[in-house]
Design a binder for this molecule. Structure first.
Ligand code: A2P
Length: 217
């Protein structure tokens, strides 16, 4: 393996500054607690394979919150090298951006926050970001670039983080086809997409300063 390939990271992304991590984690906790208290949710508990579920325990929380842009797998992923050499990526490396977390969602597999990228932030989004998971979500390629952008907040036992973006795209594909009726809550509009998929569109997006960088592991 050439040295230049081994020097590529596991992934690039925006890493939430430590000052905002707690804020985002407590917003997520608030979401889970609110959800658990709703009769609508209790009526769909079968989705989570249980009669009673403590969501805070069901999901294993993630330590360092981030929004992945490009998963490079140390250069083994398709397009990794091209991404690393993209002038926008090189120029922005180490800069702080403000991410806007506009929705929170859960499925029986993952809990995450949707990130709505600005035009500037979309320059750092990989061209194949959505297409990559077309085998899991056939409608993915027809969704706008950046649709997959998210922060993984937690995963159920045995579930890998990569699932969060797939779950998000599945919800967005359903939303595009026909959005179900919303329940208006203090935090925002809650919708149920079937099969344990819930999304809360936040009335007040959470603003999260985050450093664009990479992770080597
Ligand atoms: P995500 O961005 O949804 O959190 P892991 O710890 O599993 O090696 O993953 C490291 C990071 O890279 C996680 O943030 C994870 O998911 C993301 N990731 C893992 N595999 C992929 C993939 N195939 N495509 C895109 N992102 C991935």
């Amino acid at each position: 393996v050439p040295l230049e390939d081994t020097s590529l990271p596991l992934y690039y992304g925006w890493f939430l500054l430590s000052s905002v991590q707690e804020k985002v984690k407590s917003a997520a906790m608030g979401f889970l607690k609110t959800l658990e208290s709703l009769d609508d949710f209790k009526n769909h508990l079968d989705d989570f394979a249980g009669k009673s579920v403590e969501l805070e325990q069901y999901f294993e929380a993630k330590a360092a919150l981030h929004c992945t842009t490009k998963f490079c797998n140390y250069g083994k992923a398709a397009g990794a090298k091209e991404y690393a050499q993209n002038p926008a990526v090189v120029k922005s490396y180490g800069s702080v951006f403000e991410l806007s977390l506009t929705a929170l969602f859960i499925t029986p597999r993952t809990v995450g926050a949707r990130v709505s990228l600005t035009e500037e932030q979309l320059h750092l989004w990989p061209a194949d970001g959505e297409k990559e998971v077309e085998s899991d979500v056939p409608a993915a390629a027809s969704l706008p670039p950046g649709s997959r952008a998210h922060v993984t907040l937690g995963c159920a036992e045995g579930v890998q983080s990569v699932q969060t973006g797939i779950d998000l795209l599945q919800i967005l594909a359903l939303q595009q086809a026909e959005a179900p009726a919303a329940k208006e809550l203090e935090l925002g509009s809650l919708r149920y997409y079937g099969e344990g998929r819930w999304m809360l569109e936040l009335k007040e997006p959470v603003r999260a300063p985050a450093c664009f960088s990479s992770f080597y592991g």
